[in-house]
Write a protein that binds this ligand. Structure first.
Ligand code: DGJ
Length: 731
């Protein structure tokens, strides 16, 4: 519910458990009043502290600058006395940058504004507050938008800008336009963010905020392996299940900035948006507009777990569009770690025959099927089957798969081109470059200029020809290098809009396609991608132990049903570790679940487990997709002497929305000698319900209250990385 309190000139956005309030001060400044646990609509403007020095109001002209530098602005601009980081900046044709934005009007309505060029939340039950700000001298209008969806403690923020057509000036350049800025009144926060690298994505880090700016960002042209466009601010006492947690993410896949700035008065300015460092957008008076990506703000009074569950629900119900979001997805086998580039049609058929016999439903042919690609040195851009490896094209393979009752999926890297390719030789001008500068290669490839419509069309025509030539039900859309030599500021955003436009065309012309996006592992694991693909490959690291961390980090803000996760062979290809086959499967089940190995070479004892694993996954897949995730362990907790019995295990439970079924998984990371069984308190169950379950062939029945208050005992599982999965059913 969104209310406007006329006397206080205050807006109050109430979700089931949170309140977000802002107010118009002195008839023009839009200021932030409150964000936190829900309050019934009431005048909260005391919280602005306008009477407290140094919050001296602007009525006293003498002290305007000190007011500007500490008032909690809802969408701060620079160069007017507010020396904290601005959300918005411009440059006029003359090179001036002063641009105050003052309140003009507002409207509250059912529904929301939906961008035609950016991924965005959608769906029923939305209510929106739009506040119009203006700079009269420049003829510039800004609309700040706040949307809530029924039943969710989340606020979707974005901003749109346009110039008034009848204004005499010619144009201006937007140099910065963040999606959200939020001035909190104190700084007693810790910041949780996700750092990483290739094969080490989404490592969670929690550190106190301190004076100055703590920022994570990407200027790589993708949301990146290095930082995810997500962070949370939590109180020092906040845990998984209690305390304040504020989560922030961006529905965007390109360059971003996310930061918390603690000021001289111990306030915290929180910001998230398109990275301003390489951004510029020309607005002209002929209808030029700019709209920011949507930022998502989530508040939870019950800890980090509830914050994550709100993100999961919001993204599942109001962001993912694919018909696959509520459907069982096929269990797949991907040939990448099985063969890499080195395969023949016969080899693929052998693998497919064995996979089908074990119950695998979708065969995915990864990199290396096109042009003359025997390594990553060639052929990107030549999207036609390599006749040496696939004589007769894809048909002999797809015929065999059809006979086996298997579906077929194919890998593409649409945004890239190899210098050694017919496509590049025909279109050397299609790449991202700055004229007369060096063309930096990475993985021996260039990036295609997706900001150009003709480039998009040329790529799309090739993909379409392949899609129309064979029964392809799944595509893996990869992106294996970052941008360099971008020609100008703002280009990276135009590039991203081009990628989105191409993906939009693909998913609207092939609505049944299951699209999995990917970027050299998990470098584009962000909410922007979810609008097009219901699942995203999370990392090239498939080691079960490393995956505990990667998937934990991912689950902080992304739905587990989107986390691409596969079982692979040991020693693991990324780091040489051995883990039990069963645990590899239990960990991959905390995601999309599939296999990425050569089933024909798997030891019999492991192969024999596959049909049962698939049966179990089929049973629990609806829980992982639609149920609530409660994290019960922390794979980042310290181990060793100082943390006995607190660390070195991970556990989680998915509970169905009707609480009638739940699946619990426990992983003993390191075994300990001579230790009592570990007690794990379950969460999310119905206290009054009796739950039946089987362990080691023995049947048990306990109430939800018992399982949550007294827990379940886990014996020493005898060995590192041993695991157990238990299915609970209400009786
Ligand atoms: C990177 C992906 O993450 C891998 O799964 C695989 O598809 C390779 N690219 C292929 O080049």
């Amino acid at each position: 519910m969104i209310t406007y309190l006329e006397d206080a000139r205050q807006f109050q956005i109430n979700t089931p458990h949170s309140t977000y309030a802002l107010a118009v001060v002195d008839g023009k400044y839009l200021c932030h009043v409150y964000y936190g646990k829900r309050l019934e609509p009431q005048n909260l403007t005391d919280l602005l502290r306008l009477d407290h020095p140094p919050f001296v109001p602007s009525k006293n002209e003498r002290e305007t600058a000190s007011f500007m530098d500490c008032a909690p602005f809802e969408y701060p601009v620079g160069n007017t006395g507010d020396y904290r980081e601005a959300a918005f900046g411009i440059e006029t044709a003359e090179g001036y940058s002063v641009c105050a934005l003052c309140y003009v009007s507002h409207r509250i309505y059912n529904g929301k504004y939906n961008s035609r060029i950016l991924p965005h939340t959608w769906g029923n039950g939305a209510e929106t507050l739009e506040i119009t700000l203006e700079n009269v001298q420049l003829g510039l209008t800004a609309i700040l938008s706040y949307t809530i969806f029924e039943g969710l403690d989340a606020i979707i923020r974005s901003a749109r800008f346009e110039l008034n057509a009848d204004h005499p000036a010619k144009n201006l350049t937007v140099t910065r336009a963040l999606s959200a800025s939020l001035d909190m009144d104190d700084s007693r926060f810790e910041m949780i963010s996700l750092y990483g690298s290739w094969a080490r994505e989404r490592q969670a880090e929690r550190l106190p905020v301190r004076h100055g700016k703590q920022r994570i960002d990407s200027l790589r042209g993708e949301s990146s392996h290095q930082y995810s466009p997500f962070f949370a601010l939590v109180r020092p006492e906040t845990t998984e299940d209690s305390g304040d947690a504020y989560g922030f993410t961006l529905i965007y896949s390109g360059n971003f900035l996310a930061q918390a700035e603690v000021t001289q008065f111990c306030q915290t300015r929180v910001q998230i948006g398109v990275h301003p460092d390489d951004f510029a957008w020309l607005l002209d008076y002929e209808g030029g507009t700019f709209e920011t990506p949507e930022a998502v703000l989530v508040y939870s009074e019950n800890g980090i777990g509830e914050m994550s569950r709100t993100f999961h629900r919001l993204f599942s119900d109001h962001l993912i569009r694919s018909k696959w979001r509520y459907c069982d997805r096929p269990v797949l086998l991907n040939n990448w770690e099985a063969t890499y580039f080195d395969f023949t049609l016969d080899r693929l058929k052998e693998i497919a025959d064995e996979a089908a016999a074990l119950g695998i439903e979708l065969f995915v042919l990864d990199d290396g099927w096109f042009g003359h690609r025997d390594s990553d040195n060639s052929s990107l851009g030549d999207w036609f089957p390599d006749q040496r490896k696939l004589p007769g094209g894809l048909k002999p393979l797809t015929d065999r798969l059809s006979a086996l009752g298997m579906q077929f999926g194919l890998w593409f890297e649409p945004e890239m081109v190899s210098p050694d390719s017919d496509f590049y030789r025909a279109h050397p001008d299609f790449i991202v470059e700055t004229p007369e500068r060096c063309r930096t290669q990475s993985r021996a490839q260039y990036v295609l200029n997706m900001a150009r419509g003709d480039v998009q069309r040329a790529v799309y025509d090739q993909i379409k020809a392949i899609l129309d030539s064979a029964p392809i039900s799944y595509i893996k859309w990869d992106m294996n290098r970052q941008l360099t030599e971008v020609p100008c500021k703002g280009f990276a955003h135009r590039y991203m809009l081009g990628v989105y436009s191409l993906m939009e065309r693909l998913v609207s012309e092939y609505p049944d396609l299951l699209l999995e996006t990917c970027s050299g592992g998990g470098a584009r694991f962000d909410a922007g991608m979810l609008y097009y693909s219901p699942q995203i490959w999370a990392s090239d690291n498939t080691d079960a132990k490393e995956r505990l961390r990667i998937q934990y980090g991912a689950s902080l803000f992304m739905p587990p049903s989107a986390i691409g996760a596969h079982v692979s062979v040991c020693p693991n290809h990324a780091l040489g570790r051995n883990t039990p086959f069963e645990t590899r499967a239990n960990v991959a089940m905390n995601g999309t679940f599939g296999y990425e190995l050569d089933v024909t070479r798997l030891p019999d004892a492991e192969k024999a487990q596959i049909p049962e694993q698939i049966r179990r996954y089929k049973e629990i897949a609806p829980l992982i997709r639609d149920g609530a995730l409660w994290r019960l362990g922390d794979p980042f907790a310290p181990s060793g002497f100082a943390a006995q019995m607190q660390a070195d295990y991970d556990a989680w439970i998915y509970v169905a929305s009707d609480k009638k079924t739940a699946v619990f998984t426990y992983v003993q990371i390191t075994a300990e000698a001579n230790m009592k069984p570990r007690r794990i308190m379950l969460r999310g169950l119905s206290p009054e319900t009796q739950y039946a379950f089987t362990r080691n062939g023995k049947a048990y029945c306990y109430s939800g209250a018992y399982l949550m208050q007294c827990g379940i005992l886990i014996e020493n599982l005898w060995g590192d990385m041993k695991s157990e999965q238990i299915m609970f059913r209400a009786v």
